[in-house]
Design a protein around this ligand. Sequence first.
Ligand code: GRF
Length: 241
Amino acid sequence: MRSTRRTRPAGQPPGRRRYSHYNRAVKNLGILLSGRGSNFAAIADSIGAGRISNARIAVVISNRNDAPGLEVARQLGLNALAIPSRGKPREEHDREVVAALRDHKVDLVCLAGYMRLLSPWFVQQFPAKVLNIHPSLLPAFPGLEAQQQAFAYGVKVSGCTVHLVDEELDHGAIIVQKTVAVLDSDDERTLAARILEQEHIAYTEAINIVLDGKFEIAGRRVVKGQGAIVKGEGSEVRLQK
Ligand code: GRF
């Protein structure tokens, strides 16, 4: 990822930072996964079908050598890398992953079943440029086995969330949510399967929203706007298209 800090244009208040991540016509996605990779495959399918029109998958990285998603990536002819995390301090591993993402000029990082917390250092390398998908309606049921948590709790509606990654677990600003009704006839498996169908739709929508860049983030709220303005406490970040 190249981010070019510019001098402040006339009329722009101090404290606002501009980035130019989105200037290239085709953006490079970096996928991080640890498992079967169905969300990754759905993203690849959306790119192939033109539902995501301005992106390519530059690299797929797994922290596990044996992740089935890596083999799917190889079969699709994509760059697929295993960077094992076992036994490594978190940031040391993250530095290897970020180096590989930079080698492949990744603009947007998509976590797709990546079963490893990112270090604050990693998150800072890609400001507002890391997405995650979680199989519940956050902030309900963060963490592992979210579908099972929701089912056991007895909710009548669950779903999935695509959100920006910040330094807390399953916490960043929400880009897209999809709801799924919990049926009396459901068990954990059938509920998880219907949520997964919605995950595959939601991730494509979220990538398009982020790559289009026509949104603003005010506090925690992601809303339509002219450009991606991140309004934090006392500061503002505009992500140019
Ligand atoms: C998905 O349920 C996703 O929401 C969660 O991990 C699972 C990954 O599934 N973060 P897959 O590997 O994409 O099939």
